[in-house]
Design a protein around this ligand. Structure first.
Ligand code: KIV
Length: 323
């Protein structure tokens, strides 16, 4: 967080608030109404308040705090290793950054599989500590009782069907489901069963268009797609894929920016500036007359001239700033 003097929270140590937003908070009802009007809604992932703030300013209706954080934030190889406490903390950060956006917390692997009680306990943490509006879980039809228990507890659920990255250890790698008629029927049956159990949203990942079309024909809640064609009511991408920060993005993700090389260029420029002693920005100054009282002649030392004076060796008492 920048300690800008205009930031009213700077002295409180609290999170920087988002700019006031003019739109009413997006809710499940908003999404249903959009679907009824035939309007599509935009979803993206985010994992921190700053990114969330900018996505809300861009008008995105839904932010998913995906367990993809395990890969894009933590640098792990799979989503299976996403820690629950961190997922909850990130979800709260995103909601603080985007208070008028529908924020979905993604329940990590093994945080809802043990029992329905475990699922309710952990989903409730997403809703209370995590400020989530909806929780997402990956599942097939056998997860219907879990969805029903969460729904009974008043927890809105988005059921994630199709390609389910949390089953990667079982399937031996990411696979595209629904390429055969039998498999396609299974994915549609999963979506139908989970909606029937109470899911207020569905998300389908990585399936052929025909499967998406069949889900749309067989269900009535808003359907979010990722790599599932264009027919869905909403579309989501991992934000790093959209911004051009991913080295090898999935085939369905078309970056709209190429931020990676720009970040590397900014880092290189910063390095050049640091080495030349020309770091830009503005300095803090002592009150009138205090520098003289402090024993430093104002305006003549290396600190005030901005000159690139090489630092002394580590531990030396003669580097800049110690004069
Ligand atoms: O973890 C994730 O990013 C997801 C996407 C499908 C949104 O689940």
């Amino acid at each position: 967080m920048s300690l800008s003097p205009s930031d009213p929270n700077a002295s409180k140590g609290g999170p920087a608030p988002a700019e006031p937003t003019l739109r009413k908070p997006v809710t499940i009802r908003t999404l249903r109404a959009m679907c009824k009007r035939g309007e599509r809604f935009a979803c993206l992932t985010a994992y921190d308040a700053t990114m969330a703030r900018w996505l809300e300013r861009g008008g995105v209706e839904v932010i998913i705090v995906g367990d993809s954080a395990a890969q894009v934030v933590l640098g792990l190889h799979r989503t299976l290793d996403m820690p629950l406490d961190l997922a909850i903390a990130m979800t709260a950060a995103v909601k603080r950054g985007a208070p008028a956006t529908l924020v979905m917390g993604d329940m990590p692997f093994a945080t809802y599989h043990e029992s329905d009680e475990q699922a309710v306990r952990n989903a409730a943490r997403f809703m209370t500590e995590g400020l989530a509006d909806v929780v997402k879980l990956e599942g097939d039809a056998s997860f219907a009782s879990t969805v029903a228990k969460l729904t009974r507890a008043g927890i809105p659920v988005c059921a994630h069907v199709g390609c389910r990255p949390q089953t990667v250890a079982l399937t031996g790698g990411y696979r595209i489901p629904g390429r055969t008629a039998a498999d396609a029927e299974r994915v549609v049956a999963d979506a139908v069963a989970l909606e029937k159990a109470g899911a207020v949203l569905l998300l389908v990942e990585g399936v052929p268009d025909e499967v998406t079309a069949a889900i749309l024909r067989s269900t009535s809640v808003p359907l979010i797609g990722i790599g599932a064609g264009t027919a869905c009511h909403g579309q989501v991408l991992v934000i790093q894929d959209l911004l051009g920060l991913t080295d090898d993005p999935p085939r369905f993700a078309e970056p709209l920016l190429n931020l990676g090389p720009q970040i590397a260029a900014a880092a290189a420029e910063w390095g050049r500036r640091v080495r030349s002693g020309n770091i830009g920005g503005q300095r803090y100054v002592m009150h009138e007359g205090e520098a003289a009282r402090f024993g430093i002649r104002g305006g003549s030392g290396p600190e005030s001239s901005g000159a690139a004076t090489p630092p002394g060796p580590m531990g030396s008492t003669e580097g800049p700033g110690k004069a």
